[in-house]
Design a protein around this ligand. Structure first.
Ligand code: PEP
Ligand code: MG
Length: 296
């Protein structure tokens, strides 16, 4: 968080709460989590989006007692684990809510594939809120609950999800993996893994359009948000927030500032008329190289 502040970040778009669980030998307590979230918001002084536990599947943490799965990326992970372990999830939500008394904290749900998951979380969240009310523990009663759009199901349902979520954040790391059916950690198929694949670009465009239609904010927290070649497309689609790793904040801001909306729209029109990833990538890298050599 300090790194992000030093580099002029205007918030945290993806607070990876999984580290609290991975760097532990047992589930972190409510107090441990609360202390961490509170410190984060007090240091940042701008919105902090805390992603609820995104773990399971391939990330085996012994104390979690997960069984081995043959398709871990399609398995018991992220929101699925949280909805299966309400005790663990409730502890985290209580810690986040208590920390929300100290600044603009938002909650974000990973790996959503349907509206019923969001509704289940809202019910759990309301129960936790009622419990805090009964003990007169302060929290932000208007805390926003957002959804990561990182599965093809969430993308196809984005029009409906946008009516239920307070904001969207596009997780291109997983969205690319699931859309192209390519394991993001498998070297043999790494040549297929690209956010510039026309299917991924169409998905991103659709997700942003659906968010706009319902007047909710839409950010991107996948790696693609910091890719200079992706920036004109995201600007033209109307992305509201770019969330990048702390070391890329200044560079990304400079890249964004180098585009006019008119130029970004023209580039995007050309790209969206292309039919292969190769064409898109070649065109964009040429375009950016020329733009840079012209010092624009
Ligand atoms: C994503 O999927 O784009 C993302 C930001 O989350 P992670 O890389 O942790 O899956
Ligand atoms: Mg993800």
């Amino acid at each position: 968080v300090e790194n992000a502040v030093t580099r002029g970040a205007e918030g945290i778009g993806l607070f990876r709460s999984e580290f609290l669980y991975m760097e532990n030998t047992k589930f972190p307590t409510e107090q441990e989590q609360y202390d961490t979230y509170k410190k984060a918001i007090e240091t940042m002084k701008h919105p902090v989006i805390i992603r609820t536990l995104d773990i399971g599947g391939d990330k085996d943490i012994p104390y979690m007692g997960l069984t081995k799965e043959s398709n871990p990326f399609l398995g018991y992970r992220a929101i699925r684990f949280c909805l299966g372990r309400i005790d663990v999830f409730t502890t985290q939500l209580r810690a986040i809510l208590r920390a929300s008394a100290y600044g603009n904290i938002r909650i974000m749900l990973p790996l959503i594939t349907g509206v019923s998951e969001v509704r289940s979380v809202r019910t759990i969240l309301q129960n936790v809120m009622r419990e805090l009310d009964s003990k007169e523990i302060p929290y932000d009663k208007d805390i926003l609950l957002g959804v990561m759009i990182e599965t093809p199901a969430a993308c196809m349902l984005a029009d409906i999800l946008a009516k239920e979520a307070d904001f969207f954040s596009i997780g291109t790391n997983d969205l690319t993996q699931y859309t192209i059916a390519v394991d993001r950690g498998n070297e043999n198929v790494a040549y297929l893994y690209s956010a510039f694949h026309p299917a991924v670009l169409r998905s991103v465009k659709r997700i942003i359009e659906c968010a706009k239609r319902e007047n909710i904010e839409v950010g991107m927290c996948g790696e693609a948000a910091g890719n200079p070649a992706m920036i004109p497309l995201l600007l033209a689609f109307g992305l509201d927030e770019f969330s990048v790793t702390a070391s890329k904040v200044l560079e990304t801001r400079k890249n964004i500032a180098s585009w006019t909306m008119k130029e970004a729209a023209a580039v995007t029109d050309t790209v969206m008329g292309m039919s292969t990833e190769k064409e898109v990538s070649a065109y964009l890298s040429d375009y950016i190289a020329t733009k840079m050599s012209n010092g624009k």
